[in-house]
Ligand binder design. Structure first.
Ligand code: SF4
Length: 265
């Protein structure tokens, strides 16, 4: 934060960011059991009719369902393995598609059955997404990177309008926008303070960045990641010393690291 007398540093109530790979594995196991049961009945019921058409058809359907499940859970186990290790020899677009479009809804469903709070599922999803984006190994030009910040990061009593032009910020140090602006200048990265998810999505479609660093709460990040797929997005969970949507914060060093992970300089 820039030099000032009223330095804001958050509080112990800030929600700590913890990778949720354990949650991912738990819900994955639960989903395997549920899908196994459902899959059996999906196979068994049609076999009665299929057998009348041709005796081999139930086995063909069984082999198809088994192959689909093996592919699904093989992919999920692979994602978990690479998330635990933090590295993988190659990146697969297909696996990221599975994570966003299939595994997340399955995780939410299984989490509901196991009574795992949705926020933990979302954190697991965000963590795995970030690792996958890092593993893409692609380095983007800084000018093609967009940092998206929520408006609630601004000091509540600041009268300066930063959502239209972040450069209006006077850098007084009462919130982290001044630091983010310095970071944006240092790396030549575009910084945008958004008033909401719709505005953020519009900004992305206007700017057409190659990659995005987004800061928000778990719920907004999760929906943003789904909506913006296949765009590579590094999602950083905000600090919430005063609760949701009120003078939230971000770890500047995490943003700096995310820029380094994604960019060529
Ligand atoms: S937006 Fe800028 S001027 Fe306003 S409180 Fe934050 S750092 Fe200070």
């Amino acid at each position: 934060m820039q030099g000032n007398s009223e330095k804001w540093e958050g509080s112990p109530e800030s929600i700590a960011y913890r990778p949720g790979i354990g949650v991912y594995l738990t819900v994955l196991a639960a989903a395997a059991v549920v899908i196994g049961f459902v899959g059996f009945f999906l196979w068994y019921i049609p076999t009665i009719g299929l057998r009348n058409i041709h005796p081999a058809l139930p086995y063909v359907l069984g082999a198809f369902l088994f192959g689909a499940c093996a592919l699904l859970f093989g992919g999920a186990a692979f994602v978990a393995g690479m998330a635990i290790k933090g590295r993988v020899p190659f990146y697969s677009k297909w696996l990221r598609w599975l994570l966003v479009k299939i595994y997340l809804p399955v995780m939410v469903m299984a989490g509901g059955i196991l009574k795992i709070p949705k926020i933990r599922i979302e954190r697991a999803f965000i963590e795995i997404n970030n690792q996958m984006v890092r593993l893409m190994g692609r380095k983007f030009r800084t000018e093609k990177l967009l940092i998206l910040m929520p408006h609630c990061i601004q000091f509540d009593e600041c009268k300066i309008k930063v959502t239209r032009n972040v450069r209006n910020c006077a850098g007084c140090g009462k919130c982290e926008i001044g630091d983010l602006l310095s970071l944006s200048d240092e790396f030549g990265v575009n910084l945008f303070i958004s008033t909401g998810g719709t505005v953020a999505r519009r900004k992305v479609s206007e700017e057409r960045p190659d990659a995005v660093i987004a800061v928000a709460c778990e719920r907004d990040l999760t929906s943003g990641l789904q909506d913006s797929y296949p765009l590579p997005v590094m999602a950083l969970i905000n600090k919430r010393p005063r609760g949701y949507c009120m003078e939230t914060g971000v770890a500047i060093e995490e943003v700096r690291q995310a820029i380094r992970d994604l960019c060529t300089k």
